[in-house]
Design a protein around this ligand. Structure first.
Ligand SMILES: [Zn+2]
Ligand SMILES: [Zn+2]
Length: 378
């Protein structure tokens, strides 16, 4: 990578923290990679969040890192001669805290316009009337069912929750939306309902967490829809259009279409581009195929585990994942990952949910055909 089109402006550590890189695309467009620190503990380390500065006629920034990273990010911008007030807008790739955590602080430094998918605009608001009771009552809707435990959010997220709902967003729509001359977004839900990828010319695709090298992005699950249905159902009446493994797999199919049209496009992901002293430059088509295979294998593994009889998502997770990944709140994340797949298997009629929270096999095995025949658009 570095020899061909990227210049390392600042050398960072072995995970890419503190690194600044400059890419020069064939058209002359420059994109600067600005990874900010991101650590949640345990063995689910994503590595830093790669925020991207696109030096269009009027530059724009994609993502702002975690809470507390707004100022470090603006310092990195200053190192390449750009200040927050120079930006046309800041675009948030999706509503996870490692991408919009630094937003409020960043706006304080002089940037004004925020763009994000319309679901993001809806879900960062507070709705005390339908929020869960207790301390989550004043949280943005997207944070009501976060898997992080109280010990984490009470220490890390309170100010984030307080500031976020007040931010004005210029919403981006579904499908393909032009956002600037030569740039468009694709709404590609699944990892989060509001995921956007940004296409720069036909040269680069900034994918956020939609696909990552090295690690498989976790899919949402359909049950999350029910918690926010009152907020979004008039415009998104069907849960599986924006939530769950099915939505994520359709997004992968859409990316395959894009890869066919633009086989030489550079993919710029939000994590793991550089990790353990190595560059991981994904080829879109190859990586999407790997991820599709990964989910086929995971569904197969779950059915295999269920051959022993009905089990809960947590019981399945404990058999499926390595012990390291199950430590601390890792077990919740692992169980959630199982729920996405169990919902999909249930849609395929391969498993049945029992009243006691366990799942059992139906004896059928239709998931693989279902995955292969899924269409890119819902
Ligand atoms: Zn994410
Ligand atoms: Zn992320």
């Amino acid at each position: 990578l570095t020899d061909q089109f990227a210049e390392v402006i600042t050398k960072g550590d072995e995970s890419g923290n503190g690194m600044i890189i400059r890419l020069r695309l064939p058209s002359g467009l420059e994109i600067i990679g600005l990874p900010t620190k991101n650590f949640y503990g345990g063995h689910w380390d994503l590595g830093p969040t790669w925020n991207w500065l696109v030096l269009a006629d009027r530059p724009f920034l994609v993502d702002t890192g975690r809470y507390g990273q707004g100022k470090p990010l603006s310092d990195m911008l200053a190192a390449v001669g750009v200040s927050p007030s120079d930006l046309d807008f800041v675009l948030i790739s999706h509503g996870h805290e490692d991408h919009d955590g630094g937003l409020a602080e960043f706006l304080d430094l002089g940037s004004t316009m925020v763009r994000a998918h319309r679901l993001y605009d809806m879900l960062i608001r507070v709705h005390p009337d339908i929020a869960p009771p207790g301390d989550k009552n004043t949280f943005p809707a997207k944070c009501w069912h976060c898997v992080m435990p109280e010990s984490f959010y009470s220490k890390n997220c309170l100010e984030y929750h307080r500031r976020l709902p007040q931010i004005k967003v210029t919403p981006v729509g579904d499908g393909v939306t032009p956002i600037s001359n030569g740039f468009q977004t694709y709404h590609l839900p699944g990892h989060s309902p509001d995921c956007l990828a940004v296409m720069a010319g036909n040269e680069a695709l900034l994918v956020g967490d939609i696909i990552l090298p090295d690690i498989s992005p976790w899919p949402t699950f359909k049950a999350l829809y029910d918690h926010v249905a009152e907020i979004i159902s008039s415009e998104y009446p069907v849960s599986q259009a924006v939530f769950g493994l099915g939505a994520y797999l359709r997004t992968l199919k859409k990316l395959l279409q894009i890869a066919e049209q633009q086989p030489n496009m550079i993919i710029l992901p939000a994590h793991r581009l550089y990790y353990r002293d190595q560059w991981n430059i994904p080829d879109l088509k190859t990586r999407v195929r790997e991820l599709l295979d990964h989910h086929v294998e995971r569904c197969a593994a779950i059915l295999e585990i269920l051959n022993q009889g009905p089990q809960t998502p947590m019981e399945i997770a404990q058999q499926h994942f390595d012990e390291d990944l199950l430590k601390g709140f890792g077990s919740m994340m692992a169980a959630n990952e199982m729920i996405s797949h169990l919902e999909f298997l249930e849609e395929a009629d391969d498993v049945k949910a029992l009243d006691d929270g366990r799942y059992e096999r139906t004896g059928d095995e239709r998931f693989e055909t279902k995955i292969h025949t899924l269409q890119p658009d819902y």
